[in-house]
Design a protein around this ligand. Structure first.
Ligand code: ADP
Ligand code: ZN
Length: 283
């Protein structure tokens, strides 16, 4: 049995499953202090003995090869978790080897191994939620530079009619600052879910996401671009993004079937835990 933890900033999901991606049991609870949260993790895995554990964590997290603080949550605004040695603590408390990655990279691994990317050589998974992030998996491995990517913080051309200055504390109008869920809420003063019928909201959202996707596409050339996260529950975004992406690409690179390139996740919000299983199974 393999263990999985989707360690999110608002909730933790623990699961046990098989390397084929079958989930046997799972539980979820809110993320509170590290000690309380990890006590609940221990209680779950006491009932379900495991050989190894895969973790997809909120960040920023230290994934620098060879660092003595590898697997530590770094300078997060969630103060109790700041500089918390998550991987080391899990290894100590559960006495199993732990493989750790970012939350969006494990989502990418889940879709690559078991979901919409099953027959692709490379998948870029982009989450559009409280933040925006992306993870690339190629030939079964997560792309890893010196540390994990922060692809949500790319700079874009502002729409001439968009007066919103952007919500990113570091960059103002980067992609995350213009297009994550909290940016939509700050621009209009209403949550995205309540703006479902306002087409101009989603046209602007697609305008920003398509710019970033065009950049990721020319840089990385992924076979699948998977868009998930709370904001993508607005399904009308998919055709809008595809259309704007093709406009921006302007025939520079041939795309035979944009509907097969830019897609929704297939794993029903289980891509994270399933990706943790895949990550641990490979390690
Ligand atoms: P997180 O990124 O924290 O893991 P989610 O992926 O669920 O969580 O993203 C949460 C964000 O998505 C919030 O900003 C929320 O307003 C937005 N969101 C959730 N559901 C919808 C929806 N149906 N339409 C538009 N935005 C949504
Ligand atoms: Zn930013």
């Amino acid at each position: 049995m393999i263990g999985a933890i989707e360690a999110g900033g608002t909730k933790f999901v623990c699961a046990v499953g098989n390397p084929d991606g079958t989930i046997i049991d799972s539980t979820a609870f809110p993320t509170t202090t590290p000690d309380d949260t990890l006590a609940k993790v221990e209680a779950f895995f006491a009932k379900h003995p495991i050989e190894k554990l895969g973790v997809g964590a909120f960040g920023p997290i230290n994934l620098r090869a060879g660092s003595e603080n590898y697997g530590m949550i770094e300078k997060t605004p969630k103060i109790p978790w700041r500089y918390y040695p998550l991987m080391e603590e899990l290894e100590k408390r559960l006495s199993v080897p732990v493989a750790i990655q970012t939350d969006v990279v494990v989502a990418s691994m889940g879709e690559y191994e078991y979901g919409i990317g099953k027959h692709a050589a490379s998948c870029l998974y982009i989450t559009v939620g409280t933040g925006i992030g992306a993870g690339l998996v190629q030939d079964g491995k997560a792309f890893q530079g010196r540390n994990h990517s922060e692809m949500g913080h790319v700079l874009l051309q502002k729409h001439p009619d968009d007066a919103f200055e952007g919500a990113c504390p570091s960059h103002g109008s980067c992609l995350e600052g213009l297009a994550a869920g909290p940016a939509i809420e700050a621009r209009y003063g209403i949550k995205g879910a309540e703006l479902a019928d306002e087409d101009h909201v989603w046209e602007l959202e697609a305008y920003y996401l398509a710019q970033a996707i065009m950049d990721y596409f020319v840089i990385l050339s992924p076979e699948k671009i998977i868009l998930g996260g709370g904001v993508m529950k607005q399904e009308k975004l998919y055709p809008m993004i595809r259309e704007k992406f093709m406009e921006l690409l302007n025939d520079y690179i041939e795309v035979e079937d944009v509907e097969a390139l830019i897609v929704a996740p297939a794993l029903n919000d289980e891509q994270g835990v399933k990706g943790c299983i895949a990550l641990a199974a490979k390690s």
